[in-house]
Design a binder for this molecule. Structure first.
Ligand SMILES: NC(=O)c1ccc[n+]([C@@H]2O[C@H](COP(=O)([O-])OP(=O)(O)OC[C@H]3O[C@@H](n4cnc5c(N)ncnc54)[C@H](OP(=O)(O)O)[C@@H]3O)[C@@H](O)[C@H]2O)c1
Length: 280
């Protein structure tokens, strides 16, 4: 397949590009060379490559930055997705739009299914819902793939196990919220799921995360246990104690129903974290 990857230097993009899709014919784009908010530039790049599929991973993923500057969030995550979708339509490529568990409001009591109504509660999530809207309304051949708490080697976010261990070693103690719940997801496993999905032609909305879910607090405790750092004290706190510009949904794990029906499932998050830490 000819596959074009936006955000090819990001966590998911570089995993797809350098580890998962190495048997395919690939092209990609990222900042600073190509800005997807420049409609003509992204249109020309996709048209020149004539892909079968575009996997749109580029995103302004700084959730607090999005809360401070919602217009920029809409531009990069919403309008630029319109640009990518129109470029796909022009050259008859299918599109994968990678989205987030944050499209849900977090008031559920069970993991969210693919068809549950979205209700974003922060500017990042609203901009990602805008991106979903463009993919589903401008194209018939789209896969919307929602995921959560993504990590990969070299990641700097607090979902990345090696980063958690580093911060624990630096500070000697951690405070972690108990009331944010979702699915930690290894980018390598998500990339394999996306690679399988794009072979199916079963266009639609999917939830792809490592199986199972946990609170941030229990996640950090398990990472520290696996890394031999059980002795590091972890103080449980609540989101109300940890004020930041963006408020995440509290209970927003995703349930994989649609991809599982196609035989595509990801292993339990604990197994993925253990393998990730072994490889560091
Ligand atoms: N990370 C998570 O925990 C998480 C959770 C749920 C869903 N997701 C979704 O998963 C997908 C991949 O996320 P990720 O963690 O791989 O993101 P990431 O590591 O932040 O990578 C995104 C890439 O896109 C680039 N980019 C930003 N603005 C751009 C623009 N205007 N033009 C071209 N490239 C641009 C970024 O460059 P700069 O670094 O220079 O800005 C970065 O290289 C996203 O759709 C995200 O919403 C992520």
């Amino acid at each position: 397949m000819r596959i074009f990857i936006t955000g090819s230097k990001g966590q998911l993009g570089r995993t797809l590009f350098h580890q998962t899709l190495t048997g395919d014919t690939l092209a990609g784009c990222d900042l600073p060379e190509l800005d997807i908010t420049d409609r003509q530039a992204i249109d020309a790049a996709i048209a020149d490559f004539a892909p079968d599929v575009v996997i749109h991973c580029a995103v302004w993923s700084d959730v607090d930055g999005c809360a401070r500057d919602p217009d920029k969030a809409y531009l990069v995550n919403g309008i630029a997705t319109q640009n990518v979708a129109l470029a796909c339509a022009a050259c008859n490529a299918a599109m994968v739009y990678v989205s987030t568990n944050e499209v849900f409001d977090g008031t559920a009591t069970q993991p969210y299914r693919e068809w549950d109504p979205v209700n974003p509660i922060n500017p990042y999530a609203k901009s990602k819902v805008a991106g979903e809207w463009f993919a589903r309304n401008l194209l018939t051949r789209f896969y919307i793939v929602r995921t959560a708490w993504l990590y990969t080697a070299g990641g700097r976010n607090f979902s990345t196990p090696s980063r958690i261990v580093q911060v624990a070693d630096e500070r000697g103690a951690l405070k972690v919220v108990t009331d944010e719940v979702s699915n930690p997801t290894y980018a390598l496993d998500l990339a394999a799921g996306i690679a399988a999905l794009i072979q199916t032609g079963a266009y639609g909305i999917y939830h792809l995360t490592n199986a199972g879910y946990t609170s941030r607090y229990d996640y950090v405790r398990e990472v520290l246990r696996l890394a031999g750092r059980e002795h590091v004290p972890v103080e449980p706190i609540s989101l109300d104690d940890f004020q930041r510009p963006s408020t995440p949904p509290r209970f927003a794990p995703l349930a994989n129903t649609a991809a599982a029906a196609l035989g595509i499932t990801l292993r339990p998050w604990q197994e993925a974290v253990a393998e990730f830490l072994r490889a560091q």
